[in-house]
Design a protein around this ligand. Structure first.
Ligand SMILES: *Cc1c(COP(=O)(O)O)cnc(C)c1O
Length: 424
């Protein structure tokens, strides 16, 4: 077996013998870690299966609507299944939410009114939210509509700054956003347990504040979701974890009925809410994607762990480390130089099933402050549950690697990317 695999890596993909040998040793050492990941996937698979059965999902739900989309049983069942998986009262799962940022924007703007204050107690949120909130002066932002914004940064050790969070919460504080994943920052991602502790602390200060968790990249990485530890709304993208690599577009918001209804009035309009929004044939994709998601997430996690282990072995700084517990699928690899960043990302592209011949370059991407290089030879454009790597070109030259529809692809992607750096 090993002979055949080595041969195809060596001869068909031109990966160096030395790197293949390192990979082989590393994979053997990761056996127990991979078993842990499998167990989480198994549990989440059962959770998703149960939600399908409880809702009596049937073939008719794969049907489609057009136009207004009234009486779209499939769309309604998708939302009911999501609500059950996340253990919430309600859910909004729509192709009309075009990406994660849009879903967050809908959830925030629907639940904040002029005069309200929003607080981020875990530092600067994901780059694209600067425009949504308006901290960069963007038009149409929450700030332009009279919402005020406060932020409490993490402590130098990346812990919560409880003292200043307490000081920041005031009579105007209406909504608190907690971002689970690191995004493009160098902090660690938060575990659901850590989020629970923070939520409890916040509730102790102001019980009725609305707590939203940006769950992007976090779904199915742990046994439980933030909606099970007190978050009022949990938001994410369907071209990340919960779409399972099958959903071609979409976002979700799950949570308390009041907040989800508000979101639906913002997404469509007051009076229409969830009742409209044709599913255009996507119900089966959403359902099948969700069903596969625990497995896809586990493939991504194993890929991330493999890449961490091999880069550690090559003496690069990585976060999380191969042996750390994970709470999202993102792997941060510190490449030391812009050249390494570019070569690694180009290698990931070279390893892709789609557009493997394209050579990505750094560019000025809308919504991001620095130039960004993105490798994503994906079936769904920009899908980051598929193997993808991206990096803002700024010190400390960190590549964010994530996704992988299968572990084998995530593995070979890392090998080709490292080989492309010509460092061994
Ligand atoms: C991906 C992501 C988003 C949303 O990004 P989109 O590209 O708009 O889907 C928001 N927050 C975090 C932490 C993310 O990882």
């Amino acid at each position: 077996m090993r002979k055949l695999i080595d041969e195809i890596l060596l001869k068909e993909f031109n990966i160096s013998k030395k790197l293949i040998d390192i990979a082989y040793d590393i994979e053997n050492k990761l056996h127990n870690k991979f078993m842990e990941i499998d167990k989480i996937a198994e549990y989440n698979q059962y959770k998703v299966l149960k939600a399908f059965q409880q809702n009596k999902v049937s073939e008719m739900h794969f049907g489609s609507t057009t136009g207004y989309g009234y009486n779209d049983a499939g769309r309604d069942i998708v939302e009911s299944v999501y609500a059950d998986v996340f253990k919430t009262e309600s859910a909004l799962v729509r192709s009309q939410m075009v990406c994660g940022t849009h879903a967050l924007s809908v959830a925030l703007s629907a639940n904040l009114k002029p005069g309200d204050e929003m607080l981020c107690p875990v530092g600067k949120p994901y780059d694209t939210l600067a425009s949504v909130i308006g901290t960069n002066g963007a038009r149409g932002s929450l700030i332009e509509y009279g919402v005020t914004y406060r932020q409490v940064d993490l402590l130098p050790d990346h812990g919560f700054d409880y003292e200043n969070i307490k000081k920041a919460i005031n009579t105007k504080t209406k909504l608190i956003e907690i971002q689970r994943s690191r995004g493009y920052s160098t902090r660690a991602s938060f575990s659901v347990k850590e989020i629970e502790n923070l939520i409890k602390y916040i509730r102790g200060i102001k019980g009725d504040v609305t707590i939203l968790v940006d769950n992007c990249y976090g779904e199915f990485v742990e046994y439980i979701e933030p909606s099970e530890v007190g978050a009022d709304m949990v938001v994410g993208s369907l071209i990340k974890n919960p779409g399972g690599g099958i959903a071609p577009i979409g976002g979700y918001i799950v949570g308390k009925t009041e907040y989800i209804d508000n979101a639906s009035y913002k997404l469509t309009c007051p009076g229409l809410g969830k009742e409209v929004g044709a599913s255009l044939g996507l119900n089966r994709n959403f359902l099948q994607g969700l069903f596969l998601a625990p497995q896809t997430v586990s493939a991504s996690l194993k890929g991330a762990i493999f890449s961490a282990a091999i880069m550690e072995k090559l003496e690069f700084e990585v976060s999380p480390k191969a042996n750390d517990n994970r709470t999202d699928i993102v792997q941060q690899l510190n490449m030391r130089t812009p050249e390494n960043v570019i070569k690694f990302c180009q290698g990931i592209q070279k390893a892709s099933p789609i557009d493997s011949h394209a050579i990505p370059q750094p560019w000025d991407m809308p919504g991001y402050d620095d130039q960004v290089i993105m490798a994503a030879g994906t079936f769904v454009q920009g899908s980051s549950i598929e193997l993808s790597a991206d990096a803002p070109i700024r010190p400390p030259y960190t590549v964010y690697l994530q996704g992988g529809l299968t572990y084998s692809h995530a593995k070979i992607g890392t090998l080709i990317a490292i080989d492309n750096m010509k460092i061994i």
